[in-house]
Design a protein around this ligand. Sequence first.
Ligand SMILES: Nc1nc2c(ncn2[C@@H]2O[C@H](COP(=O)(O)OP(=O)(O)OP(=O)(O)O)[C@@H](O)[C@H]2O)c(=O)[nH]1
Ligand SMILES: [Mg+2]
Length: 286
Amino acid sequence: MKNIQWFPGHMTKAMRMMSEHLSLVDGIVFVLDARCPAASFNPKLKKLAGNKPVLYVLNKGDLADERADNLLKIIRESGAAALKLNAVNSSSKRDITGAIDKMVAEKRARAQEKGYNKVFRFMIAGVPNTGKSTLINLLAGSRRAETGDKAGVTRGKQWIRCDGFELLDTPGTMPPAFENQYLARHLAFVGSVNDDILDMDDIALALLEELAAKYPQRLLERYGIEAGTPLEMLESVCKRRGFMLRGGEYDYERGERAVVDDFRKGKLGRITLDVPDDVRGLSSAF
Ligand SMILES: Nc1nc2c(ncn2[C@@H]2O[C@H](COP(=O)(O)OP(=O)(O)OP(=O)(O)O)[C@@H](O)[C@H]2O)c(=O)[nH]1
Ligand SMILES: [Mg+2]
């Protein structure tokens, strides 16, 4: 299987921009994907944050199942502030506002003692496609930041003013290198890696293999898959969905696309890819 590696030039630029803007912000919100919070944690970004207060948002909570609650608990036990969220649901606004407020509660109290109302600034950062811009729109109460269901939508920086604070939207950035290809694959599954640089055969087969190990019932329900090699599972998908070419050949390409899209859109149900040990392995880094 081809190694996953994605660190284009715009990410180097984005990292530089973030480090230049660090002194302007009162805290950093790292937006992770609740389906794979370990995979979507970028240690390089965390290092960049230095001593600033940090909040982890496990976003897309609506696509993850209850296993993600356990991962959230492990992150909190490591001493970090964290919450699970669904940024497309406006009723989440109160939760995230409360958590952000808490990051600067002391600073705010001190400012108020001195008799002025400070506007606090936060940087919103994370790997691509985790919902950073969507989260900003939720807080702003309107579609101010561009969003989209692929990696790399936000390209430049953008300050957005909400009531009480200002938020800096940043382009999604990857770790410069993945030591752990198992975790890198999770990022590919959820759409945080640009599909254009991926080998879709590899990704779809690896996804089927992992789902067969972690969520076999879902594969049975949607595609009638009971067991088999990844290729046999893919053939079951093609059979079930009628993806056949002339001459009775399987249309593997359409089958692969369907598996990946079904997973990303939540059509296989709520799924959490990372397991507790994946998160525990990072707990000193949070
Ligand atoms: N189901 C679900 N979808 C979400 C959630 N948050 C964001 N999305 C969707 O995820 C996709 C990516 O959202 P963006 O806000 O563009 O992500 P981003 O982190 O800004 O991405 P980049 O700018 O590429 O780094 C969009 O299609 C959003 O509608 C969520 O909590 N649940
Ligand atoms: Mg964005």
